[in-house]
Design a protein around this ligand. Structure first.
Ligand code: PHE
Ligand code: CO
Length: 322
């Protein structure tokens, strides 16, 4: 199981499911906890657009304890597994197990490092709203944390995933620029076609959420969906099941992915510079070339792939790529 089914899964879900966006009274006094709904049609994501103040004093001792448990556990697991950049920057941010961090304090560090700012949100954002935040160097962070019974699995991003997972790399100047460029590219793709948006979403998925990087001592994790998940942090590097393949922009944009299980394939970058360099060119001709091309199943290996590890595929279920 993955730790969360994620914000960017929404592009794929939008085509299959009813979407519900809730509106609000002009002044929401207390931020709400907006989660997906389970209906007779299955999982229905719920979207919200408000930016809210982090209601820090409303966190209960259970909330702080959940943060502490997850923080300790992941920091331990990530030793020797996470990218140097992730660990070092998380330390620079001063996050600790003691209490849920205050966005305001993290924002001071972010402001002077790369100019990024965290903004509180109530749950999933509609795509365009999400892109607009990124394009302006604002990173939306869910204000609420999972309940104790959701420690090992939650279907959507919560405060732990967003803060622990995404914020450290926003201190890295190259990655910070990549995230902003992604937001700008998202606004553009949104205006091109639904298919372009699916292509772009796959890039986010296989880099920002589930990316691996090749460092001097071996493969390391930088994807937020991995670092916030106990099971996947181990699986992505140590399990013989998944493929580990060299980063290839066009290949990634054609590759389907899993939102309900560990990934079948991880893509490995050589450096953060590689990400920016590969994604700098205008994607418009690329979207045109990809239009109508068949997508690649999540677990496939192609002859053209630079294979670090060919997955055994053990434990894989056939259906469920999106
Ligand atoms: N260069 C991309 C475009 O023209 C924008 C982009 C940058 C997308 C970085 C993703 C990541 O659409
Ligand atoms: Co995420």
């Amino acid at each position: 199981m993955v730790d969360f089914a994620a914000r960017l899964a929404s592009a794929a879900q939008a085509s299959r499911m009813d979407i519900c966006t809730i509106g609000f009274p002009a002044m929401a006094a207390e931020p709400r906890r907006v989660e997906h709904q389970q209906t007779d049609k299955g999982y229905v994501p719920v979207y919200t657009t408000d930016v809210v103040e982090q209601p820090w004093s409303s966190y209960t001792s259970d909330d702080h304890a959940t943060w502490a448990t997850l923080f300790h556990r992941q920091r331990e697991i990530l030793k020797g597994r996470a990218s140097r950049e992730f660990i070092d920057n998380q330390e620079r941010l001063g996050m600790s197990a003691d209490a849920i961090p205050r966005y305001e304090e993290l924002n001071t560090v972010l402001a002077s490092a790369t100019g990024w700012q965290l903004v509180g949100v109530e749950g999933l954002l509609p795509e365009l709203t999400f892109f607009d935040h990124l394009a302006n160097r604002r990173f939306p962070v869910t204000w609420w944390i999972r309940r104790p019974d959701q420690i090992d699995y939650i279907a959507e991003p919560d405060l732990f995933h967003d803060l622990f997972g995404h914020v450290p790399l926003l201190l890295n100047p190259v990655f910070a620029d990549y995230m902003q460029a992604y937001g700008q590219g998202g606004v553009k793709a949104h205006g091109i076609s639904a298919e372009a948006l699916v292509n772009l979403t796959r890039l986010y998925w296989y880099t920002v959420e589930f990316g691996l990087i090749r460092e001097a001592d071996g493969l390391r994790i930088y994807g937020s969906g991995i670092v916030s998940s106990k099971g996947e942090s181990i699986h992505c590097l140590e399990s013989p099941a998944p493929n580990r393949i060299g980063f290839d922009l066009e290949r990634i944009m054609r590759t389907r992915y899993r939102i309900d299980t560990f990934q079948k394939t991880y893509f490995v970058i050589d450096s953060y510079e590689q990400l920016i360099e590969a994604t700098l060119p205008d994607f418009t001709p690329l979207y045109e070339r990809l239009a109508g091309q068949a997508s690649i199943p999540a677990g496939d290996v192609l002859d053209s792939d630079r294979v670090f590890h060919r997955g055994t595929g053990e434990g894989w279920s056939g259906e469920g790529d999106v």
